[in-house]
Design a protein around this ligand. Structure first.
Ligand SMILES: C[S@@+](CC[C@H](N)C(=O)[O-])C[C@H]1O[C@@H](n2cnc3c(N)ncnc32)[C@H](O)[C@@H]1O
Length: 321
């Protein structure tokens, strides 16, 4: 049984899952029954009276937060995981971050829509694949993950997911073929100033030149989600190799269900250059179902935008060898 003190603490934190709202778009701070801050100094500056032990931070992994909070409890009331404090708290914080991402993702879509973007024409929409989102969150929550590099910014949903899940920094390489990318960049810059950079141009050229210019930039997650032709997927995997953090990284490939990407990932591994840890499959629009989006099931028009089909898509991850 979970002791009373711990229950109160967990309840207190659980509440924000349903009440997350943006109160200050420039610092990325959100409010609820527990405040979320960018850092300890942000908390001290903005809410000196908020107790730090019930405060979670946007750039902290759930494990770090859980460790900090649970270490304050004596083992008799659940500390040192006597009552499952770490496990419960980590789960709750992860769920809060998922809710935060979905909330912000919807706001991003509204922002794009109100800026005149024709939403059905937006490519990708990985925002709507729940299992992929969960995998990305699981990876970004690893305490050693700080910098994420990705090919394919598109409308910013992936970048938002990394940032809303606590990533300290995202470097995004984007061809820049869609005008809506710029609108998404403005939205994200308000929420996460100085936390992400979008490098425009063909990743087959920009990734190697970026690495030449900034050889000290190393990535803990390398997310390949740019051009889906064989040469692009294979080239991005190869070029990202030199940007990996050798002591800790994940290589993540989106859409490995698509034949050219699947072949590129297969060839890369067959050549002994990487190994796979896991592939997850997800149905399109699961998030909407998870959100009980007005109770409408997959395959039904959502907000007059597009007819949502029941597509399945996979995402794989592994490490460079
Ligand atoms: C599937 S979308 C990315 C979705 C995004 N990662 C997300 O999670 O929301 C693919 C993106 O890759 C970009 N792209 C395609 N070819 C590229 C290239 N050669 N270099 C850089 N970006 C490229 C496209 O412009 C598009 O924005």
């Amino acid at each position: 049984m979970i002791p009373l003190l711990l229950l109160l603490l967990l309840n207190n934190i659980t509440l924000i899952a349903s009440t997350v709202t943006i109160t200050n778009s420039t610092s990325g701070r959100v409010s609820g029954s527990v405040e979320l801050f960018e850092s300890e100094s942000d908390r001290a500056a903005n809410c000196p009276t908020c107790p730090s032990h019930v405060t979670t931070y946007l750039d902290e992994s759930p494990l770090t937060t859980a460790n900090r909070v649970c270490s304050l409890l004596p083992p008799t009331v659940g500390g040192e995981d006597g009552g499952g404090c770490l496990t419960s708290l980590k789960k709750i914080i992860s769920e809060n971050q998922l809710a935060l991402f979905i909330e912000l993702g919807m706001k991003l879509d509204l922002h794009l829509k109100s800026s005149g973007v024709d939403m059905p024409s937006v490519e990708g929409k990985s925002f709507t694949y729940l299992e992929k989102i969960k995998l990305m969150q699981k990876l970004v929550h690893h305490p050693q993950v700080e910098t994420i590099c990705e090919v394919g910014f598109n409308a910013g949903h992936g970048t938002l997911l990394w940032l809303a899940s606590g990533a300290k920094k995202v470097l995004s390489f984007e061809l820049g073929q869609y005008t809506y990318s710029t609108k998404a960049i403005s939205f994200l810059s308000e929420l996460y100033p100085n936390k992400f950079q979008v490098i425009m141009g063909d990743s087959l050229k920009t990734v190697p030149s970026f690495h030449d210019m900034f050889p000290e930039e190393k990535c803990n997650i390398l997310f390949v989600d740019g051009g889906h032709l064989y040469e692009h997927a294979y080239g991005d995997m190869g070029n990202f190799r030199s940007m990996r953090n050798e002591s800790f990284h994940y290589l993540v490939i989106d859409d490995t269900n698509q034949e050219p990407v699947q072949k590129a990932w297969g060839d890369y591994r067959m050549q002994g250059l990487a190994k796979e840890e896991e592939t997850v499959w997800s149905d399109y629009s699961e998030v909407l179902v998870w959100k009980e989006f007005q109770g409408r099931p997959i395959g039904v028009e959502v907000d007059g935008d597009s007819v949502v089909e029941n597509w399945r898509s996979s995402m794989s991850y592994g490490v460079y060898l």
